[in-house]
Design a protein. Structure first.
Length: 119
């Protein structure tokens, strides 16, 4: 399952359609808190596409929260704000990739297909 966490509905809808057209299953959430309410730790092979600048809990805060719970899910960071401090934080929390918006759809799909078997 691929979890899309972004407070922009257009981004969530766009990624959902992109992933569906590529044969991937996904769920979309408007914030980190909504994801945490849903997330079942028994899911195998989960991946998160995560916006850094969210309303409420930030993307880095979510990654820290998951690490404290010893939930090490692969995360692809997406952001419209490319800041060095954010890149460093994302790397420190183990982000798989850091992509700037607008995200290149083919690059995202290639990254998912290359690193994971999610079908």
């Amino acid at each position: 399952m691929i979890h899309i966490i972004d407070d922009d509905k257009n981004v969530r809808d766009g990624f959902t359609m992109l992933l569906q057209s590529a044969g991937f299953k996904s769920n979309a959430y408007e914030n980190a808190e909504q994801f945490l309410e849903y997330y079942n730790q028994n899911h195998n092979n989960d991946l998160i596409i995560l916006d850094i600048n969210l309303t409420g809990m930030s993307g880095c805060d979510l990654m820290e929260h998951l690490a404290k719970r010893e939930l090490y899910l692969p995360v692809i960071i997406i952001t419209g704000y490319d800041e060095q401090a954010t890149r460093i934080s994302a790397k420190n929390y183990g982000a798989l990739a850091y992509l700037r918006k607008p995200v290149d759809s083919e690059a995202l799909l290639d990254l998912i297909k290359y690193n994971f078997a999610y079908k």
